[in-house]
Ligand binder design. Structure first.
Ligand SMILES: [Zn+2]
Length: 345
C-alpha cells in the first residue's frame, strides 16, 4: 500500500521505462514516512509479471491466458509468482538487509550491519538474476552499517554490475560516508500531508475519530499511523510521549536526566521519540513563522512552547539532530549523549 509520495513513484517508474535507471539510490527522510514501503513496492513493480509481461513469457497455456496489463503501466498485481514470492520474503531477486536487534537485560539494542552480512549481500548480487532482469537489494538502515561493511559496499557501488540495483534507506544522512552518498542518486522523502494519509487509510475499518487521532499523532508519517491503529497500547504510549514532551521542556534537570535514563534503554526507540520531537518543533516553527497552514500535528498543552523564540526552537532542533547522529553509532554512550541533550533543550 502506497500512501503519498506520488511524484517519487512517477519519477522512479519512469526511470525504468525510459532506461534511465541509476545503479544505486539513497532514499532519505524521516523515519516511518514510507521509504521502505515505497522501495519494496517499486521492487515489486520491477519484477511483477503483469507490469512487465515481456520479461516473463508464459510457461504454459494456462498462464498464457492470464490477462496481462500494458507493459510498464500501473501498480504491481500482488498475485503473480513474483509478487507473491516478495510478499512471503522468498523472491531470490529481492534481498532486504535490515539491522538485527538484540535484547539484553531488558535493553533493546540495534546491532550494526556487519562485514559478514555485507559480503553475503555482495555475493548474492553477483549472481545472475533468477527470473527477472535484475537483482534488487534494499538496505533498510544504511547508517547502521559498520565501517568495514560500508567500505565493502563502497566497492560494490564503485564497480556496479549491469544486473543489480541497490536501494539504501536512511533517516540519518550525517552517519553515512560521504563517498557512499556521492555514488547514489538521492531521493528525498518529505512528510505526507494529513488528508493524503486519511485518504490512504479510509478503507481500514476504524472509526473516523480514531483515524484522525492516529494521523494527528503520526505527524506526517503514514507508517506510524498504520502502526498506531494496529496497536492501541502504542497509541496510548504515543499520546503520553506527546504530553511528556511539553512537560519535559518545563521540568527540572533531575526530571530531565530521569528521562535520559529511560530513553537510553532502547536506542532505536529513543531515535523514534526524538524524531517525533523534531516534527512537533517543526510545526511550532511553522506557526511562529506565520505558516500555520502547513502544520500537520497538534500537541497537548502546546502553549508551553510559546516561550521559545524561532531561534530557540531552531537551536533545540539542531541539538536533537546532533544527538540522533550520536545515537546511530552503537559505540557511543547513549545515556551520556541524552543527558547532554537534556541540559541544552
Ligand atoms: Zn505481480
Amino acid at each position: 500500500m502506497l500512501i503519498g509520495h506520488q511524484r517519487i513513484w512517477d519519477f522512479l517508474t519512469k526511470s525504468v521505462q525510459q532506461n534511465r535507471l541509476a545503479h544505486a539510490y539513497l532514499f532519505a527522510g524521516p523515519a516511518q514516512v514510507g521509504k521502505l514501503a515505497l522501495a519494496r513496492e517499486w521492487a515489486k513493480w520491477q519484477l511483477c509479471e503483469k507490469i512487465h509481461p515481456s520479461l516473463h513469457p508464459p510457461l504454459d497455456k494456462a498462464r498464457a491466458k492470464l490477462s496481462f496489463g500494458r507493459e510498464g503501466v500501473g501498480f504491481p498485481c500482488g498475485q503473480c509468482r513474483q509478487c507473491v514470492a516478495i510478499e512471503r520474503g522468498q523472491n531470490p531477486d529481492l534481498i532486504v538487509l535490515s539491522p538485527r536487534q538484540e535484547e539484553k537485560d531488558g535493553v533493546v539494542k540495534t546491532l550494526e550491519i556487519s562485514i559478514k552480512e555485507a559480503r553475503e549481500l555482495q555475493r548474492q548480487l553477483s549472481l545472475f538474476p533468477y527470473s527477472a532482469v535484475r537483482k534488487i537489494a534494499i538496505i533498510e538502515e544504511a547508517a547502521a552499517m559498520s565501517n568495514e561493511a560500508a567500505s565493502a559496499l563502497l566497492k560494490t557501488l564503485e564497480e556496479p554490475s549491469a544486473h543489480s540495483l541497490i536501494i539504501l534507506i536512511s533517516g540519518n544522512l550525517q552517519a553515512i560516508l560521504p563517498t557512499i552518498i556521492s555514488r547514489c542518486q538521492m531521493i528525498k522523502f518529505s512528510l505526507v500531508p494529513e488528508p493524503e494519509i486519511i485518504a490512504g487509510l479510509k478503507n481500514t475499518a476504524v472509526r473516523e475519530n480514531l483515524l484522525k487521532e492516529a494521523v494527528n499523532l503520526a505527524a506526517g508519517r503514514p507508517g506510524l499511523a498504520i502502526k498506531l491503529l494496529a496497536e492501541p497500547d502504542l497509541m496510548a504510549e504515543q499520546k503520553k510521549t506527546a504530553a511528556d514532551f511539553t512537560k519535559l521542556l518545563q521540568s527540572s534537570l533531575v526530571a530531565r536526566w530521569e528521562m535520559a535514563k529511560v530513553l537510553a534503554q532502547d536506542s532505536a526507540k529513543a531515535q523514534e521519540i526524538l524524531s517525533g520531537w523534531l516534527l512537533w518543533l517543526r510545526d511550532r516553527l511553522l506557526e511562529q513563522s506565520g505558516r500555520g497552514d502547513l502544520v500537520i500535528s497538534e500537541l497537548p498543552n502546546e502553549k508551553s512552547l510559546n516561550k521559545y523564540s524561532v531561534g530557540g526552537l531552531l537551536n533545540t532542533c539542531r541539538e536533537i539532530q546532533k544527538t540522533q547522529a550520536i545515537l546511530s553509532n552503537p559505540s557511543f554512550n547513549a545515556r551520556l549523549a541524552l543527558e547532554v541533550l537534556m541540559t541544552k533543550i
